[in-house]
Write a protein that binds this ligand. Sequence first.
Ligand code: MN
Length: 499
Amino acid sequence: MRLKDLEIYTSITIQAHDNPDADAIASGYALYRYFKSKGKKVSLIYSGRYRIKKTDLKLMIEKLHIPIKYRAARDEKIEGVLLTVDCQYGAGNVQKLNAENMAVIDHHEREISTAGLVGYEINPNLGSCATLVWQLLVSEDYPINDDKKLGTALYYGLYRDTNQFTELFYPLDRDMREAVATDKKVLHLLKNSNLTLEELEIAGIALIKYIYNNDFHYAIIQTKPCDPNLLGIISDFIIQVDEIYTCVVFNHTQEGYKYSVRSCIREVRANELAQFLAQDIGTGGGHAERAGGFLSERKYEQYYPVLHSEAYFGNKMNEYFESYDIIDLGKCKPDIAGMDMYESKKNNIGYVEAAALLPVGAQCVLRSLSGDMELLIDEGVYILVGENSRVRVTSKTEFESEYRKLSDSYGETLEYAPKLKVKDSADDIDLLDYMKLCTNKKITKVYAKQLTRGVKLFAPKSDEYMLGEIGDYLIADCGRTHSMSIVEQGMFGRLYQKI
Ligand SMILES: [Mn+2]
């Protein structure tokens, strides 16, 4: 959906979820500003049982002049269109108001049927709804940076929804964070008015009620209802305990369970663990050391109607640690027992010759779904874009020995188009504009076997593992060292065939 599509209505009511947080307020405010600029009759409201009482939110509303109003649930029909932000019309966390035309802008997993909506934009990959609204405003060429109040609101929405950016991982979230103009003074004030004395006590009580697992060295803590950012603060604290290698801190909210995950060992990436904990019933992600997630109440009830939440997290943690074998090639030799021989097929992927775009010596950041990567441009840098928009950087020599350039154009559309952000320049380079196609030159032979258990594979001298899930393939090259890697199940058939 484009925002333009909603401009057919003269009256637009924007509704944040009940008990609105910074993200809902910011998203609602940005949409309010947009539709106001189009001459619409706009109102920004929230409903539900409670009025906003958190200090940072009150300050946010006051300092940024956000015209959000409380509206008690009543039956009177909403004119024009009702647009729910950071929530979905009819979901459990937002008072259902009487309206004929409904639209949704949200970054949570889809909770409702979208059939009855006049429009919707839902992207659960994003750290905040503010990012989604920012993107919608950018695509309408709305001058977001003409007013720092707007940028400050969006920035703060993302800051709070990603646990002070520690659980931020999606590239578009980074783009928004860097693009908006903010008022540093107001941000400083808001950031330091987030917790209450009552929450200080909640943290204290939570800390003495930890559950510790001696076999896997993890801790689980449940807290009473509190600001979700407190979960991150508590986890940052307990991960420092010597015997605790990973931890999860969670609580129950209106919509489900919020949690923070931390890891301080190389065998566990917090973002993967956060994803594992959310399997089928929520979303999780972040970074290797810090991550977070959310379980939907509705799905939890459906999948685990009688399971206590503490037991859920305990069971899932044990399951995670029991699911993966570790192969550390720094400590043991590759074992090719039980593997069959395969040969590589032709495989076309995208490539960009970075030195053709930028002067040698330029410093930039390569941003993609694989994260941010620092890159110094020299004559030999090639950027390869393979399946799932994943990018890899290689040298000219390696590129030329492995690939042959094709004349066909790169026709793929990607979930997030990788870009180069050049230091001291505001203009990013969209790699899709320069992407060409190449294909692998040589037929290589490998040994491979399909995994019947999860594997974490460490290459010699590496602190980062490759993850293999059940069904993926463990492969070993046919050279003398049998160096190993993992290929995803869906990819394997496209890359190799049995001989
Ligand atoms: Mn949100």
